[in-house]
Design a protein around this ligand. Structure first.
Ligand code: GDP
Length: 656
């Protein structure tokens, strides 16, 4: 082929082409007239790549410009500031919408509230964002996130980042634009994983290999991705993929994502998704991008766009190539040697394994046996597992790994540090604030009370989910009033919204009862709850809840205490039956009854209820004890289920 023809094809002059070719590794001579045909496709490919690199550099520079202009766009979105909780009425006021409308929106999401009740930050954010608001966390709430970020920056600043690391990618965009589908499509490109028969584990991040190079994806689909981006993405991601559906164009969460990307100064690629759909209009979307001063590169701008169909898995390998290209440009590096520093990207309590967390190592190498501190939580690495479920002995930067060995559940976004020196580690443990409670078990934990409580008391552990924090608090207050000697209620967690899988797992791990108050039943967790042996109860009326819990306490106590049987009575007559008490008469057939002893109600030999004797009569006289062979009348407190013919077994109790 003639060099002039090739130059025309590449839209440059022949001189420009000849000048540039050596830079791209093709030395065909400064005055060459012809170029070998087999080199032509290679030259074209290298040329395009180089152009992209150049465009990318320029696009990153232009982001700063765009940010200034784009502030307008973001500012046009209405912003509201919310702390950890907000009263519904106040929320409507700051949003300048009628309270009834807000309550309607909350209701649609299964949150039943009155205007004076509080909703928490997460609930408020979901509702407000659905209504097109941008939610900002109040300063105090944000401080924690910022301090983690500062800590990380400080820890990483002392490290020599000289080793190439895999890029860490976060996927963002408007709801339903296909983030989850894209993450699934990318995950399934990893042929090696499927060939090896590895069972993919959802640990909050995964890695794929493209052109022999690893790419790490934060796997936080749906609305979560957005929140996650705020608390962890900004700390750990190197590149953002902004997914925009070609049939829907730019939407509020797309704009918000752009604002976050720019604030974090993240290199980004736009994945124009759903191009398979009949309504897909790539040009219209590009036009919208132009209006935001984010002109796509093929329209003469600098923003990298890749049309894809996550559904049909089209354009995925091109997208991976672009990620690698950006990684080459940015040259992401980390320090592989030395003790590990990382960020927690996921954590949960596993019934079998205890506290489990996923950490993304950001510097150094994390090894089995390492002593670590995550925020306030100490531990020693007992197990490292990658997203394919394979055991690892050591992992380096940009690798997500599931860890076991933490003493408590750490919070997402917290920094993991390896402590090399045993003395320092022991001091760290000593210095840990005695009052600290594990994350995930919020302040409602009643631990002081329980621990100071009666010796040998058995705890009934509860996790309460409710429509609003106010009602969970009311339930907790009322529960405090129930008193059953030898058994104690311990509210280990309170939360808002529907009971989800995490709640079930948490309840299984903590051996707690799950209570839903004023919330809709979630049918999706029924089989998991059965599998894990977790009891889930729903109530709408507080006294029914209290009654049920009291009964359970009594039964627990009955199971856990040692009962010395002192006598038996055959029930002959029922004189009175009330809600929680009965007056019955019968004949003592064995032993004796003493006033104020315990009683078990037996039907056909099976225990059906446990109660106590509050009054005892022999003939018409009050008595302190009545022995076998005599008849007696008793006032019984407990479930009013005694019937003629039942056997009552009297006992005195001591605790195990
Ligand atoms: P997310 O909320 O951004 O995570 O969106 P999802 O990944 O859950 O996708 C929302 C819906 O769009 C689902 O029904 C997907 O099957 C569908 N979807 C995602 N990607 C594509 C695509 O490329 N083409 C088509 N036709 N549908 C898609």
């Amino acid at each position: 082929m003639n060099t002039s023809a090739l130059a025309r094809q590449l839209k440059v002059t022949t001189n420009e082409l000849l000048e540039k070719l050596p830079e791209l590794g093709f030395d065909i001579g400064a005055k060459a007239i012809k170029v070998n045909d087999h080199l032509v496709p290679k030259i074209i490919d290298a040329w395009k790549k180089a152009e992209r690199k150049k465009a990318f550099k320029e696009s990153q520079a232009s982001i700063t410009e765009v940010r200034a202009k784009d502030k307008v766009t973001v500012a046009e979105q209405k912003e509201i500031t919310i702390g950890d909780t907000i009263v519904v009425k106040d929320m409507a006021e700051v949003m300048k919408i009628p309270v009834a409308r807000l309550m309607g929106e909350l209701m649609k999401n299964g949150v039943m509230v009155s205007l004076n009740e509080k909703v928490d930050f997460d609930t408020a954010t979901i509702i407000a964002e659905d209504l097109g608001f941008k939610v900002i966390k109040s300063k105090q709430a944000e401080e924690e996130e910022t301090s983690n970020k500062e800590k990380l920056t400080q820890l990483l600043s002392t490290r020599q980042s000289s080793d190439i690391k895999a890029p860490v990618v976060v996927v963002m965009g408007h709801v339903d634009h296909g983030k989850t589908k894209l993450l699934d499509a990318i995950r399934s490109t990893d042929v090696v994983a499927s060939e090896a028969g590895g069972i993919t584990q959802h640990i909050g991040a995964y890695q794929v290999v493209a052109h022999d190079r690893a790419i790490t994806f934060l796997d936080t689909p749906g609305h979560e991705a957005f929140k996650a981006m705020r608390s962890r993405g900004g700390q750990v991601a190197d590149i953002a993929i902004l997914v925009v559906a070609a049939d829907d164009g730019l939407q509020p969460q797309t704009l918000e994502s752009i604002a976050v990307i720019q604030k974090e100064n993240l290199p980004f690629i736009i994945a124009i998704n759903k191009i398979d759909k009949p309504g897909a209009d790539i040009d219209r979307l590009k036009q919208q991008l132009v209006e935001l001063n984010l002109t796509p590169e093929d329209w003469g701008g600098k923003v990298i766009c890749q049309p894809i169909s996550a559904l049909k898995k089209e354009g995925i390998s091109e997208l991976l190539d672009l990620i690698l290209l950006v990684a080459d440009m940015e040259n992401f590096k980390a320090d592989i040697s030395g003790p590990a520093v990382g960020t927690i990207i996921e954590s949960h309590l596993d019934p079998g394994e205890g506290p489990v967390a996923t950490v993304l190592v950001q510097a150094g190498t994390l090894n089995i046996g390492d002593m670590i501190v995550v925020g306030q939580v100490p531990g020693k690495i007992k197990m490292l597992k990658n997203w394919k479920g394979q055991n690892q002995t050591a992992v380096g930067p940009a690798t997500p790994v599931k860890i076991l060995g933490l003493r408590q559940l750490p919070q997402i976004g917290e920094i993991l540090e390896v402590i090399v020196d045993k003395k320092t580690y022991n001091n760290k443990i000593k210095n840990i604030d005695n009052n600290f409670r594990p994350a995930g078990i919020n302040n409602s934990q009643n631990n002081n009370k329980t621990e100071e409580g009666e010796e040998g008391a058995t705890n009934l552990r509860l996790i309460i989910k409710s429509d609003v924090l106010g009602s969970a608090e009311a339930v907790e207050e009322s529960l405090k009033k129930i008193s059953v000697t030898g058994a104690k209620i311990q509210v280990v967690k309170k939360g808002l919204g529907l009971i989800n899988e995490a709640d079930v797992l948490n309840a299984a791990a903590q051996q707690a009862l799950l209570i839903g108050f004023h919330i809709k039943e979630n049918k999706n967790i029924v089989s998991l709850a059965q599998e894990k042996g977790v009891t889930v109860l729903y109530f709408d009326i507080i006294y029914k809840l209290l009654e049920d819990i009291e009964k359970r306490l009594i039964t627990i106590k009955a199971k856990k205490t040692v009962h010395k049987i002192i006598g038996k009575m055959q029930v002959l007559a029922i004189f009175k039956s009330q809600k929680n008490s009965m007056i019955v008469g019968g004949k003592i057939v064995e032993g004796m009854i003493i006033k104020k002893c315990g009683v078990k109600v037996l039907k056909n030999g099976e225990m059906e209820a446990v109660g106590k004797i509050t009054e005892l009569q022999s003939g018409k006289q009050a008595a302190n004890e009545v022995v076998a062979g005599n008849e007696a009348g008793i006032e019984y407190q407990g479930d009013p289920i005694i019937a003629v013919g039942d056997t009552l077994e009297f006992f005195e109790e001591s605790y195990e």
